[in-house]
Design a protein around this ligand. Structure first.
Ligand SMILES: *Cc1c(COP(=O)(O)O)cnc(C)c1O
Length: 385
């Protein structure tokens, strides 16, 4: 398929006169072709007001907890000194802490303003215009956006009937033009995981030239003993890189810091295309402090995993057919009923993520938030019987 150059829609010389008192009309820039095919990222909606004026935002898989106490204290201390100066680009303290944690060299760690930025670095560094980026669909909605923004071609491989990655189909979708495959494990928005054996078979089928990125944004919540460990695959396969983030389990989504673990040759090119100074000093500080607070973190993650089970059981009992999840959210593959479910949740003050015609993703929140979801589910059952 050929991409048509964008046609200027109005006055090609940009000589339109400005409306009285307003700014001059936009001139006819030469935009990069294909940008009109990028769907804007749909962020989770703010929560509507529910009964008692309460509202619960369960639409973006954020942590429901305040920052860990040690992290909040540490950030308050560095705040005054951290704003006027540029941060360190190399972020040696974060790299050293992560390197020690995963027993890799610090040269294998690449940071970004969230792992989304690191995923963008990967696409920029490993695809030429027209090269392909393969991923499951539906999966993380940033993948097609980042691919198109870089001039690459997104290749979406449908999930199987159980809302899991269809790894044999993904391997078959790899062509000469494929630069990267993303394996989102657990998958956003379905919460499903691939098995170790499936991933091994997949690695055997994919040429070494292709970078296989295991996106483990939700790895802390994964309790499936059959799940592959991204870092273990990184050690065994030279063409594997792992993506991790501080946004989900660590509760630092607002600070923007994530990272890749990659072979030094890959890491080096990722750093070249990174946004200069993209990771703030505060984000770096929070990352180091978070890595020191693992015991506190584990407690919170365990609590969320318990709440996930309770939420899943309640949704199952209500007949909403939740998919078993290894992440901090639950997927309801409701098809045409998705809108109705999202509306019922809204009446209870809950904003979830609705994919019209496909399903609804509900983030696991605090117990009272999950109670609101279950109350909405009970109302839906009552409406059916
Ligand atoms: C939330 C999420 C991320 C993390 O994004 P950040 O940029 O680190 O906040 C990465 N991958 C997936 C699949 C996600 O759902």
């Amino acid at each position: 398929m050929t991409v048509q150059p964008e046609q200027p829609t109005s006055d090609p010389r940009g000589t339109e006169s400005a409306p009285e008192g307003g700014p001059a009309a936009a001139p006819a820039h030469r935009f990069r072709p294909g940008l009109d095919r990028i769907a804007a990222y749909r962020a989770g909606k703010p929560a509507p007001l529910g009964p008692g004026g309460r509202s619960f935002k369960l639409s973006s898989n954020e942590s429901p907890y305040p920052p860990l106490a040690s992290v909040a204290r540490g950030l308050a201390e560095v705040l005054p000194a951290s704003l006027a100066r540029y941060p360190s680009i190399a972020a040696p303290e974060v790299a050293a802490a992560l390197a020690a944690r995963f027993e890799v060299g610090p040269e294998s760690i690449v940071l970004g303003a969230g792992s989304v930025e690191v995923a963008a670095q990967m696409i920029h560094a490993l695809t030429a215009p027209g090269d392909e980026v393969v991923f499951a669909w539906r999966s993380f909605e940033a993948y097609p956006i980042l691919a198109r923004a870089a001039g690459a071609v997104p290749v979406e491989v449908p999930l199987d009937a159980d809302a899991r990655h269809d790894l044999p189909a993904m391997a078959a979708a790899v062509t000469e033009r494929t630069g990267i495959v993303f394996v989102c494990n657990p998958n956003n928005p379905t919460g499903t995981v691939v098995s170790r054996a499936e991933l091994e078979e997949f690695m055997a089928a994919v040429p070494e030239r292709v970078l296989v990125v295991i996106d483990e944004a939700y790895v802390h919540f994964d309790r499936d003993p059959g799940s592959p460990s991204g870092i273990e695959f990184f050690r065994r396969y030279p063409n594997v890189a792992v993506l991790h983030t501080f946004s989900k389990a660590y509760g630092l989504a607002g600070l923007r810091i994530g990272y890749a673990i990659a072979r030094p040759t890959v890491a080096e090119v990722l750093r070249k295309v990174a946004l200069p100074f993209g990771v703030s000093r505060l984000a770096q500080e929070a990352a180091v402090l978070s890595l020191d607070a693992e015991a506190d973190l584990d407690e919170r993650v365990d609590e969320l995993v318990r709440e996930r089970s309770r939420l899943f059981d309640g949704l199952l009992a209500a007949g909403l057919g939740p998919v078993p999840s290894q992440a901090n959210f639950v997927w309801l593959p409701a098809g045409d009923e998705s809108g109705r479910i999202a509306e019922a949740l809204e009446r209870h003050g809950v904003s979830a993520r609705c994919f019209p015609g496909e399903g609804v993703r509900v983030t696991v929140g605090l117990p009272e938030e999950n109670d609101a979801v279950l109350a909405a589910a009970a109302e839906l059952v009552a409406a059916i019987v």
